[in-house]
Design a protein around this ligand. Structure first.
Ligand code: ZN
Length: 159
């Protein structure tokens, strides 16, 4: 079966909101694209992140760009919360320098980190109604420091 790709404005909206709400200031949302694929043979993958490599950036004289691809058959079946967690996972692969490279799972991306960020994101949504973001900003700052020291023995889910 041929893989088909579609732009995914629903995913893009969610990604932009998460980048803003989680204060992922190293990510330039204008350079993050979101696509949905259908017909992928991959059984376990829910989403993956692609980037424009350094050499392509140079050849095309363009800034780094990232593309989050969700596998429609799997992603669309998840609950809203799990979709959000999948996107947090992919966003965590983007390094602080927004260079076009990737951060590895080991030491950076694990279930505990994702759950913690998701908790912050959910709290942010409710605290936004009270128009108070100061607390969440300091929490996120503390968290990004701790991220670097995330446990290496966590079970890693590969996407
Ligand atoms: Zn991953």
């Amino acid at each position: 079966m041929v893989i088909r790709y579609y732009t995914a404005p629903d995913v893009k909206r969610l990604v932009d909101k998460m980048v803003a709400d989680l204060h992922f200031t190293h990510i330039n949302p204008d350079c993050v694209y979101c696509f949905r694929s259908e017909g992928s043979k991959s059984r376990r993958t829910v989403a993956r992140i692609h980037s424009l490599e350094k050499l392509w950036q140079k050849a095309l004289k363009t800034a780094p760009r990232y593309l989050i691809e969700v596998i429609g058959e799997r992603y669309d079946k998840l609950s809203q919360a799990n979709q959000e967690k999948v996107l947090i996972h992919e966003l965590l692969h983007i390094p602080k320098g927004f260079s076009g490279g990737f951060k590895p799972h080991k030491g950076y991306i694990d279930e505990k980190t994702i759950n913690r960020l998701h908790h912050l994101y959910t709290r942010q949504r409710t605290s936004a109604e009270r128009s108070s973001t100061a607390g969440i900003q300091s929490l996120t700052r503390g968290l990004s420091l701790r991220l670097k020291h995330a446990s290496k023995s966590e079970n890693l889910k590969k996407h």
